[in-house]
Design a protein around this ligand. Sequence first.
Ligand code: PLP
Length: 398
Amino acid sequence: MCDPDDSVRAAGNLYLDSAASEAADPDVIKAMLPYMLQEYANPSSVHAQGKAAAASLRKAKSEIASHLGARAGEVIITSGGTESDNLAIKGIAMGMAGGDASQVSRTDIVISAIEHPAVRESAYWLERHFGFRVREAPVDAGARIDLSRLREMVGARTALVSVMLANNEVGTIQPIREVASIAHSCGAVMHTDAVQAAGLIPISMADLGVDAMSLSGHKFGTPKGIGALLLRSSLPYEALISGGGQEEGLRSGTENVAAAVGMAVALRKSLKSLESRNPLLRDSAHALCEAVNRVVPDAILTGDRKHRLPGHVSLVFPGISGEALLVELDVLGISCSSGSACAVGRTEASPTLLAMGFGTDMAKSSLRMTFRHVLNATEIAAIAGRLRDSVSALTALA
Ligand code: PLP
C-alpha cells in the first residue's frame, strides 16, 4: 500500500485537517481484515467462533486500557467521540440521579466554556429535560481553564465536571490533573474528552485522576466509526442504549470487533512514534507560524503557546472571513478548517474564540491547520505563499 504522505505531496495538495480526521493506517487495516473476512462471528454467540471473537475483543480492550493507564474492564467500545461524550455526560448524570434529578442534591454539571458540542449539548440536554443546571467555567486568553473560577463553581451541588484534555479549535492542553483534583475534593465525578489528545500525547487516566474519558479512533489511524468510553467500574452509570446487554450492559449493540482490534493497533503505533515525532511536529508548527507571519504580519496565533498539541496551528486573520479563506485555500489545494470540522457551514463566531476574549469579528476570522506528518521546507513555503495570495485576494475584494 502507498504511503499517504507521498500521495499527498505528489498531488501537490496538502491535507492540513488531521484534527478533523486522519488517514487510516495501513497496518491498522491489515490487522482488521481477518476479523471481517474469517473471524467475523458475533462476539456474543456461544459457539467456538463467537468465543474466539469475544476473546479478541477482550484482548483489544485490554491493550487499549493498558496504553491509557486504565483497567481492562473499564473500556466500553462506542461508535466514536460524539457517542462517547454523550454516554459519559448523560449516563453519569443519570446514574447519579438514579433516573430522577429532582431526587438528588447534586444537580450541577460544570463544563469549560470551550467544550466540543458533543459535551456541551449533552449537558444542556440534561438541563432542558431533567432539571440539571449547567455551569461554564471561563478560560484565559490562551484557552486554559481558569482554575480559581472553577474552584468557586464546583461544590456540594456538583454531580459532574467535564473539561476536555485538548481543545479541537486552538489545540490548548488543559491542566486536567488539577481540574480532577478540584472535582474530587467536592465529591464530583470527573470526565475528560480526550478525542484530540489521544494518540498524540501520552495519557494516563490514573495519573490524570479522571473517572471517565472519551476517545475517537479516526483521529489516530482507524477508519471512522469506532471509539471508546473509559469508565471507572465503581461509577454510578445509567446505560443509555438498551438492547442485548453487550459491553457489560453499559452499551448494547453488537461490537465492531475488527475496528476495536484496529483501535488497539492504532493506539500502540501512535504512542510508539510519539516521542520522536512530536518535537518534529512542534518544529514544523513553529516554522509554519514564522513563514505565515512573514507574509501576513497581522495574523495572530491563537491558543496557549506552551501547552498546545503538536502539529496544531490555529490563527486569526483580522478583517478576513475564516470561511472565505478556507474556500480560497481549498481552490489552491490546501485542505484545512476554519475551526471545528463539526461546525462547518456555520457563519456564527467561534464560541471558543469568544470565550478566549476575541471580539465577534475576530472570532469569525479563524483558520486551523493540523497535521500528523512533518512538514518540509517546500510545503511550508507553499502554504505561506498560498495563504498570502488568498489573503490578498480577499482583502482586494473587501
Ligand atoms: N470531541 C472533540 C474534542 C472533537 O474534536 C471531536 C471531533 O472533532 C469529537 C468530540 C467528536 O468525535 P467524532 O468525530 O468521533 O464523533
